[in-house]
Design a protein around this ligand. Structure first.
Ligand code: PMP
Length: 406
């Protein structure tokens, strides 16, 4: 089939925008991706053709919406290779999913004397929920240190996990640096010691198609908006044996079996964890986004992204005084960098004037910045619809930055 990035671009109307009179060069995909027209159309279609609350009505519209909502669950399950559809819980996104696991599964296990292991490159949303829970229970938070490349080695991981480790929660791919963690090996070690593993798939979902059974993890969580779907929707995959044993987190409609003033009983998963009216339009659009991704030639897409990373790295290294931050051997297409004597915010502002969207700051990963002794970096994060021309535009933009600030 091959991969034609220019053809893929035509599916994404948002990429045709002009910013400050210049064609948009969108290099902020780790923050959020653009949405293909088929996803936008699907989102609108739901409200136009079957707007009704799911799981509640006997009327036709409610049945249509419910059917499509459950079809989206099947699509997510297929994409992740879940054992059953009921292992998929629709939530707001990665942050909510990690909090759910921390406050149910984690809170029960992380008693005093135990620890939860995370890595040094986690997003704040895979740090703070564990701090909240361990502060409450007296368990310890242990961190696998990063090496000078911003990598998490298996040796460092093994040296951190100990006999008291009750839970491991690590990123599949780092948003700040692009490092792809050795998640399969991490899961193997964890499995051999019977320690459950959560993988934060916010970045992994769009760059390293996860197969949760092959990976051997216990939970995998992601956000729709980083995988070409709308904001406000994402999912948690969990092994059914865990979900069944987990207490509810949010209480409300839909998550119950019976309610009396004396007490309530709870529905089986996934309903137990989907209290209240779900974002069914978002979930249906998410299903459509994953179908769209499935329609592309995955191997060719991976090769295209690898080419962008190699080309981008080479071109950026041509710029005097520029240093790439995060040089792990296994990386997805994130180019985080600093330029001697120029503040990242100045870089970002000048690039924006040229229609080039990058992210500057700590990327919600302040400990990663601390590891490199930096307050911030500039980050160009690429997606399958980016091209070498986008990288050339970035390099030209950076030349203007250098001209203005040196
Ligand atoms: N983890 C990682 C690795 C991320 O990149 C992000 C988003 N930048 C999150 C977690 C949080 O995702 P969300 O804000 O969509 O919940």
């Amino acid at each position: 089939m091959g991969f034609d990035a220019d053809a893929v671009r035509r599916d994404f109307p948002g990429l045709d925008l002009q910013v400050h009179g210049r064609p948009l060069v969108y290099l902020d995909n780790a923050a959020t991706t653009h949405k293909p027209k088929v996803v936008l159309d699907e989102y609108q279609r739901v409200y136009l053709e079957e707007n009704a609350n799911v799981h509640r009505g006997i009327h036709t519209l409610s049945q249509l919406a419910t059917e499509d909502y459950e079809k989206a669950r099947r699509t997510v399950a297929r994409f992740l290779n879940a054992a059953t559809d009921d292992e998929i819980v629709f939530l707001r996104g990665t942050t909510e999913a990690i909090n759910l696991v921390a406050w149910t599964f984690g809170r029960e296990r992380l008693v005093k004397g135990t620890n939860v292991v995370i890595s040094g490159l986690e997003h704040h949303s895979n740090i703070v929920p564990w701090q909240l829970v361990t502060d409450l229970t007296g368990a310890e938070l242990k961190v696998v240190p990063l090496d000078e490349h911003g990598d998490v080695t298996i040796e460092a991981f093994e040296a951190t996990v100990d006999a008291n480790t009750a839970m491991i929660s690590v990123a599949h791919i780092s948003n700040a640096l692009g490092t792809i963690l050795p998640v399969k090996e991490i899961c193997q070690i964890a499995n051999s010691r019977n320690i459950p593993v959560l993988l934060d798939g916010a970045q992994g979902m769009s760059h390293d198609h996860p197969d949760v059974q092959a990976l051997g993890c216990d939970f995998y969580v992601f956000s729709g908006h980083k995988v070409f779907a709308p904001t406000g929707i994402g999912a948690l995959w969990g092994k059914m044996q865990h979900l069944e044993a987990m207490p509810p987190w949010h209480g409300g409609g839909e998550m119950i079996e019976t309610v009396t003033f004396e007490g309530s009983t709870y529905a089986a998963p996934p309903a137990r964890f989907e209290a209240g009216t779900p974002n069914f339009a978002g979930a249906i659009a998410l299903g459509r986004a994953l179908e769209y991704l499935e329609s592309l030639d995955e191997d060719a897409m991976v090769a295209h992204e690898a080419d962008l990373l190699a080309y981008g790295t080479r071109r950026l290294e041509e710029i005097e005084g520029l240093r790439i931050i995060g040089t792990a051997p296994h990386k997805s297409c994130v180019l985080s960098f600093v330029i001697d004597g120029i503040h990242p915010h100045d870089i970002g502002a000048v690039l924006d004037q040229q229609g080039i969207a990058v992210r500057v700051g700590h990327h919600c990963a302040q400990p990663v910045m601390a590891h490199f002794g930096l307050p911030a970096t500039t980050r160009a994060s690429l997606s399958m619809y980016n091209t070498r021309a986008d990288i050339d535009a970035l390099v030209e933009g950076l030349k203007t930055v250098k001209m203005l600030f040196s």
